[in-house]
Design a protein. Structure first.
Length: 423
């Protein structure tokens, strides 16, 4: 049956598009199918948004958006989107929050690879997926053809009756009618997953080479992260190394690099152990400081906080991307300086300004990572204030007022500004 179908396709006129004729016998060409498919896509997005189910997508690498609406009737088809800001909690886990206002983005500037992921062909019927794939093929961006291929591969794998039609389309549009197709693995380096696509033997060899190149690049990245510039925590690097072995398990490069990876993993584990031992000492000092505070033994508490701060600093040298350690060392130096508010005199003093000064660069680093965290800003502002840097403190408190509005931190920031003005 499949052979007869292929023969029939081969005998058809060159201008014929069997896949289009199968689903849309009245359509004149692929462009006509694509126009309607785009409108149907926008209707689906609008329906989802109307139900408060906002699909996530991208327009640029690493910049996520929520699709909060769509206008299929507009003269220029548009998406209504809102940007998501990626942040990390103290444990290093990624979190997202909506920022800014809704904005309109043209569908024409929506990259095909992101449109495909958002659409999710696995969740739609064969005709809808084929229409969506044809729309992708009519687009002009560099990812359009591969994205269309990937969409058709989903239907190809689940519906054997459509395979001949799909293979005829892919051969004609992807490989100029030459070769024998197979379902192969295509490595998506951006999202670190393997995708399926209909490819020829020659294309499979090219993809294998690209996969080995991606494997080498990722190993070098992890190695460089540990030995040169640390933007990930030690634990995140271990996760990345595990993911690298999982993602590239069948590649030639991984087999060659496996001994190097084992050495790197041992080195990271050793660093984790060293860091943990130091943190245990720091935590013990911090616990002693809190116990002394509870007993109103402030001199002892300040000494213990100083010890804790010095230990946390040693630890953060080893695990320099840890936000948890960053907050711990900033807080420990802060407490070791012992800032105190004299209510009767309406002013702040501190016992050890030198220790407060040591807290400032750590609060600044934390503020750079969490620019809208008003608690961090209040601590930074106070450090400036009690060390005589009134101008810097005033600017920080003004930022708190802008961010917090009528909140408790904004009110306290305003009060501290008034304190400095009164001097």
């Amino acid at each position: 049956m499949r052979l007869l179908m292929l023969l029939a396709i081969a005998a058809a006129p060159l201008c014929a598009e069997p896949l289009i004729e199968h689903f849309w016998p009245e359509a004149k060409n692929a462009g006509e199918v694509g126009v309607q498919a785009e409108k149907d896509l926008l209707k689906w997005l609008k329906t989802s948004a109307d139900k408060n189910d906002f699909p996530r997508t991208h327009f640029d690498i690493g910049v996520p958006f929520l699709i909060r609406g769509a206008d299929p009737e507009a003269r220029r088809n548009q998406l209504i989107v809102r940007r998501l800001e990626r942040d990390y909690d103290d444990a290093g886990n990624a979190t997202y929050r909506e920022t800014g206002q809704d904005i309109a983005r043209s569908v024409a500037e929506w990259p095909s690879r992101y449109a495909l992921i958002t659409f999710g062909p696995e969740n739609h019927g064969d005709k809808e997926v084929c229409a969506f794939a044809i729309w992708l093929y009519t687009r002009k961006d560099k990812d359009a053809t591969l994205a269309g291929n990937r969409a058709l591969t989903v239907v190809h794998q689940r519906n054997s009756e459509l395979r001949a039609l799909i293979e005829a389309w892919v051969l004609a549009h992807d490989f100029k009618g030459k070769g024998v197709l197979k379902v192969g693995e295509w490595w998506d380096d951006e999202f670190r997953v393997s995708r399926k696509a209909l490819i020829t033997d020659d294309e499979e060899a090219k993809l294998g080479k690209a996969r080995n190149t991606a494997c080498e690049a990722e190993f070098k990245r992890i190695h460089g992260e540990f030995h040169v510039a640390r933007t990930q925590t030690l634990q995140q690097l271990l996760y990345a190394l595990d993911a690298w072995e999982r993602d590239f398990k069948d590649s030639e490069t991984l087999a060659r690099r496996k001994p190097d990876a084992d050495k790197l993993r041992e080195a990271i584990h050793a660093a984790v152990a060293r860091c943990a031992a130091i943190v245990t000492e720091a935590d013990k000092a911090a616990a002693d400081a809190r116990e002394a505070e509870a007993g109103n033994r402030r001199d002892h508490a300040r000494g213990h906080w100083k010890t804790a701060a010095e230990k946390y600093e040693q630890a953060i040298v080893i695990d320099s991307a840890s936000r948890l350690l960053l907050s711990q060392v900033a807080n420990a130096w802060h407490k070791a300086g012992d800032p105190e508010y004299l209510r009767n005199e309406d002013r702040w003093i501190c016992t050890h300004a030198d220790r407060i000064s040591k807290a400032i660069p750590w609060w600044k680093k934390l503020s750079d990572l969490k620019p809208e965290d008003t608690n961090v800003l209040m601590n930074l502002g106070l450090c400036y204030q009690v060390t005589g840097k009134s101008g810097d403190a005033f600017k920080i408190y003004q930022r708190v007022i802008e961010l917090d509005g009528t909140g408790a931190n904004a009110k306290e920031a305003q009060r501290r500004q008034n304190q400095m003005k009164a001097k």
